[in-house]
Design a protein around this ligand. Structure first.
Ligand code: NDP
Length: 253
């Protein structure tokens, strides 16, 4: 018996990286998972196929976040997918994972780049939560993916870190609002975690990144997915409004 049998979940940005690992992990625990993507249709279909091959249940949903009508489009797909499979649009677990990095020095960041970072990383999660709460019953779980960069300085990613600081505010304030509904909301902050970035193909760069962790390795997507999955279960019912450090000890200094 999985710990999430009978539950439904939406993981934004789950065609790749931590989102992919989280979707697969939640499905292993028994949840029916909406695998959200933007450009990576093939990758999202592959996540669904991987889950189904293991006996799990999932469906893919496309919606570009950070543009007008994004949340409406997302929930059209999510609700249809849930209804087709469960007869209901109830959503138990929301993981706000989709995000974009800045990669632009502070002095070169344009207002348009800044607005885009905010629209995808901070504004979209707020309105996805607002919309998801219409479908979320007692016992619901909201997990927002932040970043260790809210606690450790990186002058290369100031605007990006600002968006993640905003994301962390969601857990603090929504936790108070949602406690009476028996819904928890928490932030999970990964450290450097392997994704499709070409930097992970360069051994010397990986060594430098690994040295930032107390465990002397970079994070794997599954390292973060396991933490998210725990917060989604009933075992985590007494944790809300929390900042969960999933950086592999990077913040220890
Ligand atoms: P990836 O870069 O591997 O994947 C990003 C995912 O988000 C993809 O599924 C992508 O969809 C989706 N996405 C990106 N932009 C949009 C958009 N505008 N609308 C909808 N979906 C979008 O992600 P990571 O695993 O690296 O990161 C996941 C989260 O963790 C992010 O919030 C990131 O900021 C955070 N994080 C990452 C760290 C790291 O070292 N990797 C460290 C700390 C935090 P598609 O490919 O289909 O377009």
């Amino acid at each position: 018996m999985g710990r999430l049998n009978g539950k439904t979940a939406l993981v934004t940005g789950s065609s790749r990286g931590m989102g992919r690992a989280t979707a697969i992990r939640l499905a292993q625990e028994g949840a029916l998972v909406a695998v959200h993507y933007t450009n990576g249709k093939e990758a999202a279909d592959d996540v669904v196929a991987t889950i189904e091959k293991d006996g799990g249940r999932a469906f893919a949903v496309r919606a570009e976040l950070g543009v007008t009508g994004d949340v409406h489009e997302l929930f059209l797909g999510v609700e249809q997918g849930l209804k087709d499979r469960t007869g209901s649009t109830e959503l138990n677990i929301l993981v706000n994972n989709a995000g974009v990095m800045g990669g632009v020095a502070a002095e070169d960041t344009t207002p348009e780049q800044f607005d885009r970072l905010y629209a995808v990383n901070a504004k979209a999660p707020f309105f996805i939560i607002q919309r998801a709460l219409k479908n979320m019953p007692s016992g619901g779980r909201i997990i927002n993916i932040s970043s260790g960069l809210t606690k450790v300085a990186n002058p290369e990613e100031i605007a990006y870190a600002m968006t993640k600081g905003a994301v962390e505010q969601l857990a603090l304030h929504f936790a108070k609002l949602l406690g009476p509904r028996n819904i928890t909301i928490n932030s999970v902050a990964p450290g450097i975690t392997r994704n499709g970035n070409p930097a992970f193909d360069i051994p010397e760069v990986v060594d430098q990144m690994a040295a930032l962790s107390a465990f002397n390795r970079v994070g794997e997507p599954q390292d973060v997915a396991d933490v998210v999955a725990f917060l989604a279960t009933d075992d985590a019912r007494w944790i809300t409004g929390a900042f969960v450090d999933a950086t592999g000890g990077t913040l220890l200094g």
